[in-house]
Design a protein around this ligand. Structure first.
Ligand code: SF4
Length: 280
């Protein structure tokens, strides 16, 4: 049976997140997925507009108006992410300040960190109560294969920006890392070395637990149930929970940084490994 296509709203949810609890989403990007990366596992499907240029996609006033129809007391946190890279929104700082004026709920940003060399981006992000930065790769080769960034982006610049951000940021900094395969010993050691230099408050490991939509689906900003997809998807390579557990224990033991990862038992049952070769 055909289903109605949801229309774009700049505030959505709340969605249930294993990392953040009940989270109300703010999408400062809009209905066209726009990002400086095009990750092989992106739940938005293929990124339609790759860009590193900041602009105002959704006026802050519109977001403020949209927020009025949501019960903010009923959520654990408010998250800026949505249809792409939120730091591309030139009004990021204004949105964060506005939401903080409206509610005392924690507000955070999920970012790929690609604009952190920009001082204005660092200062705006620092308004958030928490920031989660994507770090999937420790080598340029893996960075290009998994995150598929715009050609001008260099891993070493992003890393330098992240270290600069760490120096000014007094909120809670999490690093989010997606594992599609088990890392080699040198890759693990390089990651640990970098985390030792950065000292985030938390590391969050993840692995794809749901298939990737092949085309843009607005509902992919939030939850969709395993098995409930009515659009074409692609199964992704992933690691099992023991791999996440071993690496987490190692990092916690060596660095004392708390590491969390999803409990995959239910997802593993619902997504038996596909015989189709994954994307990379
Ligand atoms: S950084 Fe996020 S929004 Fe951008 S392509 Fe990767 S997963 Fe998608």
């Amino acid at each position: 049976m055909p289903t109605a296509t949801p229309s774009f709203t700049s505030v959505y949810g709340p969605v249930q997140s294993w990392r953040f609890g009940r989270s109300l989403g703010i999408d400062p990007i809009g209905s066209t997925p726009t990002c400086s990366f095009n990750c092989v596992y992106c739940q938005l499907g293929e990124i339609q507009q790759q860009s590193c240029s900041r602009q105002i996609f959704i006026p802050t006033q519109k977001i403020q108006q949209a927020l009025q129809s949501f019960s903010l007391w009923d959520v654990n946190t408010i998250t800026l992410s949505g249809s792409g890279e939120p730091t591309l929104a030139q009004n990021l700082g204004e949105i964060l300040t506005t939401v903080k004026r409206i509610t005392s709920k924690q507000i955070g940003v999920l970012t790929n960190g690609s604009l952190l060399r920009d001082r204005a981006v660092r200062e705006e992000l620092a308004i958030a109560n928490w920031v989660a930065v994507k770090v999937d790769a420790t080598s340029d080769d893996v960075f290009r294969r998994i995150n598929r960034p715009m050609p001008a982006l260099k891993l070493k610049d992003i890393w330098a920006g992240l270290l600069q951000f760490r120096q000014i940021y007094s909120g809670r900094l999490a690093i989010q890392t997606m594992l599609l395969t088990e890392w080699s010993e040198p890759d693990q050691m390089e990651y640990i070395r970098r985390m030792q230099a950065l000292l985030p408050d938390e590391i969050q490991f993840n692995t794809p637990t749901r298939p990737r939509p092949l085309t843009h689906q607005l509902s992919a900003r939030g939850n969709h149930l395993p098995g409930a997809c009515v659009y074409p998807t692609q199964q992704l390579k992933r690691v099992n929970v023991e791999v996440l557990e071993r690496l987490s224990d190692r990092i916690e033991g060596m660095l004392g940084i708390p590491v969390c990862y999803p409990h995959l038992a239910q997802e593993e049952e619902n997504h038996a490994p596909s015989k189709n070769e994954p994307l990379y």
